[in-house]
Design a protein around this ligand. Structure first.
Ligand code: IMP
Length: 186
């Protein structure tokens, strides 16, 4: 397939993703076993949509779905931390258990902003679940800790399984490393 020509390598296979997502679902199920309330799963569109739909089917608890679209000013392959809402949650999360479901934590600035914002709305508990984490890239200004992480990855730009570059490659079933010449030429 043409999209694969732009990849340096496959970093995480479909099988590895499936196994790990099931493990994360079991861990979340276990952690909320004694909570009578539902969990609000907050999907950060668009990047986490594939992970989100797979993850929720692995959680054996009453889950409510809600969606946010945020944009970080700056574009390219770097996050600026200046985040604006394009779409906010439909329902209030006051007094509820919420889990933010992200595709990847890089500088951590997007999640620092989101976490603070959701806490001010009075969530009863707020956790962060990310498919991928690049710990080496964390900004000193980041104030988050990840509660559930699929894979820690090196400092490389990855696409697939929902993650994009310039809105492309989201539909690849694996996570792959994009050839640097693809994003350096834009
Ligand atoms: P942060 O604010 O720097 O943590 O950036 C988080 C956001 O940047 C993610 O939700 C992605 O949209 C984007 N991002 C960071 N690294 C990558 C990557 O390697 N591939 C695709 N998107 C990325």
């Amino acid at each position: 397939m043409k999209q694969y020509d732009d990849l340096e390598k496959i970093l995480i296979s479909e099988e590895e993703i499936r196994t790990r997502v099931a493990e994360l679902g079991r861990a979340i199920t276990e952690d909320y076993r004694n909570a009578p309330e539902p969990i609000v799963l907050v999907c950060i569109l668009k990047g986490s949509v594939v992970f989100y739909t797979d993850l929720m089917r692995q959680i054996d608890h009453d889950c409510r779905l809600d969606f946010m679209i945020v944009k970080s000013y700056g574009g390219g392959t770097e996050s600026s931390g200046n985040v604006r809402f394009v779409k906010d949650l439909d329902d209030s999360i006051t007094g509820k258990h919420a889990i933010i479901v992200e595709d990847i934590v890089d500088s951590g600035l997007t999640l620092t902003f989101l976490r603070k914002n959701l806490i001010t709305r009075g969530a009863k508990t707020l956790k962060i679940c990310t498919l991928l984490d690049k710990p080496m890239r964390r900004s000193p200004k980041s104030e988050i800790s990840v509660d559930y992480c699929g894979f820690k990855i090196p400092n490389e730009f990855v696409v697939g399984y929902g993650l994009d570059f310039d809105e492309k490659y989201r539909n690849l079933p694996e996570v792959g490393v994009l050839k640097p010449e693809v994003y350096k030429n834009v």
